[in-house]
Ligand binder design. Structure first.
Ligand code: ADP
Length: 162
């Protein structure tokens, strides 16, 4: 049985993430979506909120679980029995950073392989940052994130008064 880890900030989860998670769920027996606690980015949503939104969005997949981690990804993967890390690639601009991370992770633990899935064309322009920006400016995020995430974004933007 191969267990795959799909790590990220998921601030918040988008339909682009869900495309990658769904495809990974079709390729591997078990998928653990892992929210990074110690992101250098300062997130809009708390760790718990990001995990709750992901759990709701992934409820339809019966082989997908949601967890969180801090510290080294390869150590978390080993503790969780995951031998593959799945990442999504949108554009050439993602490549350099992803290559660096994948090579460093292999150096830290050669037993954990990184696999890349190309974005679905309709999601190639989609990122959590652009979704947050649209929500802040009062635009519609319909079709970019699940409806319940769109609702949370609207509430969060109202709360922060921006
Ligand atoms: P990170 O902060 O680690 O980049 P993100 O939450 O932004 O975390 O992204 C998690 C993973 O999902 C990354 O591999 C990223 O490349 C991928 N991803 C994000 N948006 C998309 C998208 N629209 N299509 C495909 N993959 C995506």
């Amino acid at each position: 049985m191969t267990r795959a880890l799909v790590p990220g900030s998921f601030d918040p989860v988008t339909n682009g993430h869900l495309d990658i998670i769904g495809r990974a769920a079709g390729m591997f027996e078990s998928v653990l979506v892992a929210v990074a606690r110690n992101s250098t980015k300062s997130p809009l949503f708390t760790l718990q909120e990001r995990m709750d939104m992901l759990s709701e969005a992934c409820a339809a997949f019966d082989n997908v679980e949601v967890g969180s981690f801090e510290g080294l990804l390869v150590e978390y993967a080993a503790r969780q029995g995951a031998s593959v890390v799945v990442r999504g690639l949108r554009a050439v601009s993602d490549f350099e950073y992803e290559l660096q991370m994948a090579l460093m992770n292999r150096r830290l633990n050669a037993a954990v392989e990184t696999a890349f899935l190309m974005t679905g064309t309709e999601y190639s322009y989609l990122s959590s940052s652009i979704v947050k920006e649209i929500a802040r400016l009062g635009g519609s995020v319909e079709g970019l994130v699940p409806d319940h995430v769109g609702e949370r974004l609207r509430q969060q933007v109202e709360r922060s008064g921006s």
